[in-house]
Design a protein around this ligand. Structure first.
Ligand SMILES: [Fe+2]
Length: 474
């Protein structure tokens, strides 16, 4: 296999279609004619077609397949030059008037290549899921561990990404990973970017990690990162400059995916964890007016049982200790934008969503379950990026256990706190409840699929406040 060495992927399912992706690895810049097929099985093809892998998309291919049946699992694949791609599996969305059945959703974020192996992706790939939501930091633009002893594996090429070729090369390395390929081949992945797909601490006018004297113009770097993103990530590109969009999942759920990074975020109050509970006193925008208008329309028109909101940064308040021994918040989360957060709750409550909202987030490299005024939040730990404990409490043995208790005491709306583990979350959605389960890995230092259940909490229909759940039967 030389041509399709970056695997296959599906994304953004519709009741009658799904988006498919692959890439052709070729020498030179000649376009490549590519055939694609979709079938109940590889032997029972229901639709096929052809497209071209062209150098202006880095020889990536995206096909928006239509004419399929709702809530149906399909096989798919590509061929070119006498070679066949691996066979992927895709699942279409339920029909809007279909049965109020059941949805199983994976949730992941934050996968620094140098931090370790993608065991979380391997385990997600092995699970029986309808789709996986990835809330960002799918790649990292930095090479913070470099060649230090703490780097489990090396980025090639290393260094920070600045140019289009840089960003393309990093996606190519990520997609060489067999566990990430397995995830994409097995489940539709619904992705939005966070900051590190561009640069650490990104906001609409720059990034904390962007230094013009070293990295040049922000606009040029952002354009390069965004182009590589839409080439390499299977995303049905919306008709605007961002990734915010809605994926409708039948009568059970509408999934609204937000962009809290690039399109409307004002610069955070401070860069980093400064001792400020007042970080957000100055009204700052997080979504921007265009996204607000769109979101208000989506929320008002949504009639599904649950409204799932996929978003990058944690929405629930999180009081934390800062380096100076005081109490602060992280101003890059919704805590730094409290006026906007209040406005969002008002919007939801005003549109008849006083309950039944589940926010799915990541970015903070730790596991949290939180009660929200409109439902609950499920925060996924990192796939590999250094845990919150490692960043917060480097080298202090036993401190994470104490910190956990401190967080729960200081933040009474929290139901689950774990700042140590890598892993992911699964959400089991029925008409009666959403059960979130946290899955924590034994290690990311080698390929090892060992994991344990880190706890489960249920959001029940028409209710506020999470309820403790028993371990699921897996
Ligand atoms: Fe991250």
């Amino acid at each position: 296999m030389t041509l399709f060495r970056h695997g296959v992927a599906s994304a953004d399912p519709l009741p009658d279609g799904v988006l498919l992706w692959t890439r052709c690895t070729v020498d030179g810049t000649a376009p490549v004619a590519v055939e694609w097929w979709v079938g109940r099985t590889p032997a029972d093809v229901v639709t096929r077609g052809s497209t071209v892998a062209s150098p202006d998309r880095d020889h990536t291919v995206q096909v928006d397949v239509t004419g399929l049946e709702p809530a149906t699992t399909y096989a798919y694949g590509f061929s070119a030059g006498g070679e066949a791609s691996p066979v992927g599996r895709a699942r279409t969305a339920p029909a809007p008037d279909g049965p109020m059945d059941r949805l199983r959703i994976g949730l992941a974020s934050c996968a620094h290549w140098s931090g370790g192996y993608f065991n979380a992706y391997a385990n997600l790939a092995a699970r029986d899921l309808d789709l996986v939501v990835h809330v960002g930091d799918y790649i990292y633009e930095n090479d913070i561990l470099g060649r230090s002893r703490r780097a489990v594996r090396a980025l090639r090429p290393g260094g920070a990404l600045v140019t289009l070729d840089d960003y393309r090369a990093r996606y190519a390395q990520y997609r060489s990973d067999p566990d990430l390929q397995a995830l994409h081949a097995r489940h539709p992945v619904l992705a939005v970017w966070d900051d590190h797909e561009l640069a650490g601490g990104a906001w609409r006018g720059g990034a904390a990690a962007h230094r013009p004297e070293r990295h040049g113009e922000w606009e040029a770097r952002r354009a390069a990162a965004v182009q590589a993103y839409f080439e390499w990530m299977p995303v049905r590109r919306p008709d605007h400059a961002s990734v915010f969009r809605t994926v409708r999942l039948g009568p059970l759920a509408d999934l609204v995916l937000l962009d809290t990074r690039l399109v409307g975020r004002d610069r955070p109050a401070t860069d980093g964890h400064r001792p400020a509970l007042t970080a957000g006193r100055t009204p700052r925008s997080l979504l921007g007016e265009d996204q607000w208008r769109w979101l208000a329309g989506e929320v008002t028109s949504s009639t599904a049982r649950w409204l799932l909101v996929g978003n990058q940064v944690m929405m629930a308040p999180l009081r934390m200790l800062n380096g100076a021994g005081g109490v602060g918040v992280n101003p890059s989360q919704w805590d730094g934008y409290p006026t906007e957060r209040r406005r969002l709750y008002d919007l939801l409550q005003g549109a008849g969503r006083a309950t039944g909202v589940a926010v799915l987030s990541g970015d903070i490299h730790s596991s949290w379950a939180a009660d929200l005024p409109v439902g609950a939040e499920f925060v996924s730990p990192s796939v590999t990026t250094d845990s919150f404990a490692k960043t917060l409490l480097p080298g202090i043995p036993g401190a994470a256990g104490f910190a956990r208790l401190w967080f729960l005491a200081q933040n009474r709306h929290l139901r689950l706190a774990d700042i140590t583990h890598h892993g992911y979350v699964t959400l089991d959605v029925t008409g009666e409840r959403i059960q979130g389960d946290w899955w924590h890995l034994g290690t990311v230092a080698r390929r090892d699929r060992g994991e344990r259940w880190g706890g489960g909490w249920q959001l029940r229909e028409g209710r506020l406040g999470l309820v403790r759940a028993g371990a699921p039967a897996t």
